[in-house]
Design a protein around this ligand. Structure first.
Ligand code: DOR
Ligand code: ZN
Length: 347
């Protein structure tokens, strides 16, 4: 078989992205806007994006930070709290200010302190979301400190997700950044109202990457990378023909000073190489012909949006690791897979 050296796909979207705010937003946004047409923007700012007005103002700041006309479209989300008002949420959805709402179990991850303390507190909100067809985006980990950190996704499926979906069986749910074989199996066994995003880093690293020769804070994210068998299950799911799985980078920049600290922040900044790393994975799995579905078709179909008209071309050719970015007097470090990436986006 001749080797494929070039691939053109419809312009992709990123269905899970942290852009932050201020100087950090300005520094990281071009990496996404140059490649992706749309992105679901995570609302875990400080303070979080809770009200319709918060989302409208944040969207305006993102558009202002865009350099040049890339056509990039931020799709905003609401941060659910115990006090979220169903009327405010549905008004935001109707006005197009909120594409979806994000469930952070309180304390599960970065800036989740205002998250939901008990899923029962938002049943009224979930009922409304089910009624209006508004997707619920889930950080699927329990926060009980007695549950082993590597089991928190599976326990969430059993204790929270399954009972919630028994109650709200038409609710549209995106199980974000799945990291386990159990997560894959759950999504595969669910109806068309359940989708899942898979990050580039969870396709490339397993939990050993956190401890190669010492502690590696830049490989730390939440949900934390799991054993090799889980990584293999994620790779099989992403490259399968199951349309439930789609691209969501969870690119989550933090200052180097906050990563390399006594209590380092969770998050991997992968935006500079995200599409290329996915292409590498699909190439390794002999599935380059399925990259377009994962990156550009399955997500829009789940969200009920048309796929993009534009195209992106990738070429085979070694991709050097990205340099550190300077943000004011600080730095951020892009994800380095530790191995060669053999695909490059052609601009
Ligand atoms: O690693 C992560 N970083 N996981 C999350 O859920 C949040 C994110 C962030 O905002 O930094
Ligand atoms: Zn995230």
């Amino acid at each position: 078989m001749t080797q494929q050296n070039e691939l053109t796909i419809r312009r992709p979207d990123d269905w899970h992205l942290h852009l932050r705010d201020g100087d950090l937003l300005t520094a990281v946004l071009p990496f996404t806007a140059n490649v992706f047409r749309r992105a679901i923007i995570m609302p875990n700012l400080k303070p979080p994006v809770v009200k319709v007005a918060d989302a409208v103002a944040y969207r305006t700041r993102i558009l202002k930070a865009l350099a040049g006309d890339t056509g990039f479209e931020p799709l905003m989300t609401a941060y659910l709290t115990d006090a979220t008002d169903a009327d405010e949420l549905s008004r935001g959805h109707a006005e197009g200010a909120f594409t979806a709402a994000k469930l952070y179990p309180a304390g599960a991850t970065t800036n989740s302190d205002n998250g939901v303390t008990d899923i029962g507190k938002i049943y009224g909100v979930l009922e409304r979301m089910e009624e209006i067809g508004m997707p619920l985006l889930v950080h699927g980990e329990v926060t009980d400190p007695d549950v082993d950190i590597f089991d928190r996704e599976q326990v969430f499926i059993d204790n929270v997700l399954i009972p919630t979906l028994q109650r709200f069986d038409r609710l549209k749910v995106v199980f974000e950044h799945i990291t386990t074989a159990e997560g894959v199996a759950f999504v595969e066994g669910s109806g068309a109202n359940i989708g899942a995003t898979i990050t580039p880093h969870h396709l490339v690293i397993n939990r050993n990457a956190l401890f190669v020769g010492g502690m590696r804070p830049h490989m730390f994210c939440l949900p934390v990378a799991k054993r090799e068998r889980h990584r293999l299950a994620l790779r099989a799911a992403a490259t399968s023909d199951d349309t439930s799985f789609f691209l969501g980078t969870d690119s989550a920049p933090h200052l180097v000073s906050e990563k390399e600290s006594d209590c380092g922040c969770a998050g991997i900044f992968n935006a500079p190489s995200a599409l290329e790393v996915y292409a590498q994975v699909f190439d390794e799995e002999g599935a380059l012909d399925r990259l377009e579905a994962f990156a550009s078709l399955n997500g829009p179909a789940f969200y009920g949006m048309p796929p993009n008209e534009g195209k992106v071309t990738l070429k085979r050719g070694e991709r050097p690791a990205d340099d550190r970015l300077t943000v004011g007097s600080e730095e951020i470090l892009p994800f380095d897979t530790g191995k060669s990436v053999l695909w490059r986006v052609v601009y």
